[in-house]
Design a binder for this molecule. Structure first.
Ligand SMILES: [Zn+2]
Length: 144
């Protein structure tokens, strides 16, 4: 067995994969079907992401899941160079961003199909889905 050296022939280390639970099952099922599901308060109509039991605005526990448009814009972005988890070493450097959905919520996401030099705050983006493990899809964003 060889020494464990980044970029060497050591056994590949897997990325962490999200495990849906009761509060996120609808989100991950939607992602599997190519839909970005977010919660909407039935009392005040506020959209929210991540999923949670009560509305941030009015504290109502009543909500429904809705498919977001998938349209968003970049609020901020960085290029990741840090070696935090061995499962991502092969992809360094890679872009990460905070995007604001057309519906309002912001989410941290990875970007695909972008060149760092072209990224700008306010840049229009659209959601795409990538399978990160068997049957587990995550939303990513790419230029619209
Ligand atoms: Zn509300």
């Amino acid at each position: 067995m060889s020494a464990s050296t980044p970029g060497g022939d050591a056994e590949k280390i897997s990325k962490p994969v999200p495990v849906p639970d009761e509060s996120s099952r609808e989100f991950f099922e939607g992602a599997r079907q190519g839909r970005l599901m977010i919660q909407r308060c039935l009392a005040c109509k506020n959209y929210r992401f991540l999923a949670r039991a009560r509305c941030d605005v009015c504290r109502s526990p009543e909500f429904a899941w809705e498919a977001a448009s998938g349209k968003a814009s970049i609020v901020s972005y960085v290029t990741m160079h840090q070696r935090y988890h061995a499962g991502f070493f092969d992809e360094l450097p890679y872009p990460l961003a905070v995007v604001e959905l057309e519906e309002g919520p912001r989410l941290v996401t990875s970007l695909v199909g972008v060149e760092e030099v072209t990224l700008k705050a306010g840049m229009p983006m659209k959601v795409v889905f990538r399978e990160v493990d068997e049957g587990v899809f995550l939303p990513k964003f790419t230029p619209a």
